[in-house]
Design a protein around this ligand. Structure first.
Ligand SMILES: *Cc1c(COP(=O)(O)O)cnc(C)c1O
Length: 394
């Protein structure tokens, strides 16, 4: 059985490594989250918002020309069609409803590329709750359109000015804020990372993806299970959602696609399952990219959402136990896949998602295997990167 234990571990990965000052916050969350999520009133509100606000169920689309190219049926789980353009909204809707039930009146979040910040600002606007998003100063410059979106949605974007002025510094600022506002504030983490119960809580909110996949596949193929599920992994939340209801179904192969950046051995990479070692990051024990003396190595990927030096503890466990297969894809391969999908199916994917499509060239399968690719998000946000590439290829 692949499941989290009471201490918040998947095998040897997970747990809650947090400063003393956060113990009461985390304990409060840990002792209440399962009961709150199980409440019929919570489920009713969550499901209603997923349906009418997010636009779920997201379609499961048989990509015919893509299937022809790879000579096997390929279905796309269309998380790109969700409100705000990706899967991240599933989690922020869940957490804002939870925060309300915990009596919280103030939300904080950290964001790298700004996608999670936008999804958080969106649900805070929806609920009329104060929202503060920490973002590295460098990222604020690199991701200006998302900063504007968050501001338009009424959130305050606070720059993190220490260290490399990127995601990990924003995370430190958010944790510091939470320590200073333990009573009224809920911290919305955007992926299956962080101290227990976050990885499990976020996985549960994203599990709607595989829940829908089961009945949608049955409708379309007569069977609930595909042969292979492919998803990209930054922290791992869209993958966790796509795998969730198949974790214990051994006949379903799980493929986790990481960003190799310029190449796994170039020093400019984010392929954590290859380059990572066991350690603690963001409050949990997992695989992360670190030096011999435990300093975090700055990751690199063309795609901001995969540019993370760790992976969630669930994925560390899945890869460590060979339940999931890890594939790494370079910037160039991801760009090629983005153009391939755009031109063969008329769907411009997010750069993160493009990595998942490139894995179709790398995995072994037999003709006839049913493959589902989790199409985690749309490519509008990446148009500037794509345009530069377009100018090159003509
Ligand atoms: C943020 C993001 C990711 C990476 O995050 P996960 O938690 O690994 O899912 C992947 N795809 C898209 C479109 C994203 O916005």
């Amino acid at each position: 059985m692949i499941a989290i234990d009471e201490r918040g571990y998947y095998g040897e990965f997970g747990g809650a490594f947090i400063p003393e000052m956060l113990h009461s916050n985390i304990d409060n969350l840990r002792s209440k989250y399962l009961d709150i999520i199980a409440e019929p009133a919570f489920q009713k509100e969550f499901q209603a918002l997923l349906k009418d606000y997010v636009g779920r169920p997201s379609p499961l689309y048989l990509a015919e020309r893509l299937s022809e190219k790879y000579n096997t049926p390929i279905y796309l789980k269309r998380e790109d069609l969700n409100h705000t353009g990706a899967h991240k909204i599933n989690n922020t809707i869940g957490q804002i409803l939870l925060a309300k039930r915990l009596g919280k009146t103030r939300i904080i979040a950290e964001t790298g590329a700004g996608q999670h910040g936008v999804a958080t600002a969106t649900v805070c606007a929806l609920m009329g709750i104060e929202c503060i998003v920490y973002m590295g100063e460098v990222d604020i410059e690199r991701q200006a359109p998302n900063v504007s979106r968050m501001r338009m949605l009424g959130a305050e974007v606070r720059p993190a000015k220490s260290g490399s002025k990127t995601l990990k510094d924003a995370t430190n600022e958010a944790i510091r804020d939470w320590i200073n506002h333990p009573v009224d504030t809920h911290y919305i983490i955007g992926s299956v990372v962080g101290p227990h119960p976050y990885p499990d809580m976020v996985a549960r909110f994203q599990s709607v993806i595989s829940e829908e996949m089961k009945w949608q596949l049955e409708e379309k193929t007569g069977k609930t299970n595909p042969d292979i599920i492919i998803a990209c992994v930054g922290g791992g939340s869209n993958a966790a959602g796509a795998y969730y209801h198949y974790l214990n179904e051994k006949d379903v192969r799980l493929v986790a696609v990481e960003a190799a950046g310029l190449g796994v051995n170039t020093g400019e990479s984010a392929a954590t399952s290859v380059l990572g070692t066991k350690g603690i990051i963001h409050g949990s024990r997992t695989l992360l990219m670190q030096t011999d003396d435990g300093q975090i190595i700055e990751p690199y990927s063309i795609s901001a959402g995969l540019d993370y030096p760790g992976i969630g503890p669930m994925h560390a466990h899945l890869i460590d136990t060979a339940r999931a297969e890890a594939v790494s894809v370079t910037d160039q391969e991801a760009l090629d896949a983005a153009f391939m999908l755009s031109r063969i199916e008329g769907i411009i994917p997010a750069l993160e998602t493009a990595h998942a499509f490139s894995a179709l060239d790398k995995i072994e399968y037999q003709s006839g295997d049913v493959i589902v690719v989790n199409l985690s998000g749309r490519g509008d946000k990446d148009l500037n990167t794509y345009i530069k590439y377009l100018d090159k290829i003509g």
